[in-house]
Design a protein around this ligand. Structure first.
Ligand code: FES
Length: 123
């Protein structure tokens, strides 16, 4: 296997740790898993699964302290160009490339934060 190919393969197998700013929860994303796929392993209520293709906007998050690759198109009805430039994305379309922190925002806030006694106001 050529060096470049091996480096990409090793990068794809890597596990990234993701923490949730509001709750302190942590989950991991392996390889090309999206934030939503990793988040679902928390195995609890309040994690909405909608279209899973960037169209419905229920999985909106803000990325802090790291970068994500885009796993596909995201609806401009739910994430504007300006928001995207400030780190907002959709968890079903974001693949973390390093350890990161996410902030749950938008429609996901209420259900996600409810069991922690935290309130969220939709964006
Ligand atoms: S689940 Fe619909 S945009 Fe993420």
């Amino acid at each position: 296997m050529p060096d470049g190919t091996r480096a990409i393969a090793e990068q794809d197998r890597k596990t990234r740790q993701v923490s949730v700013r509001q709750t302190g929860e942590c989950f991991s994303c392996q390889g090309d898993e999206t934030l939503l796929q990793g988040m679902l392993r928390l195995g609890r209520k309040g994690i909405p699964v909608g279209c899973v293709n960037g169209g419905c906007g229920v999985c909106k998050v803000r990325i802090h302290g790291g970068t994500c690759d885009k796993a596909g198109a995201i609806s401009r009805a739910h994430v504007s160009v300006e928001e995207e430039c400030s780190g907002v994305t959709l968890a079903c379309r974001a693949i973390p490339r390093c350890d990161i922190e996410v902030e749950v925002i938008g429609k996901m806030q209420r259900g996600f934060l409810q069991q922690f006694g935290l309130s969220g106001k939709p964006d």
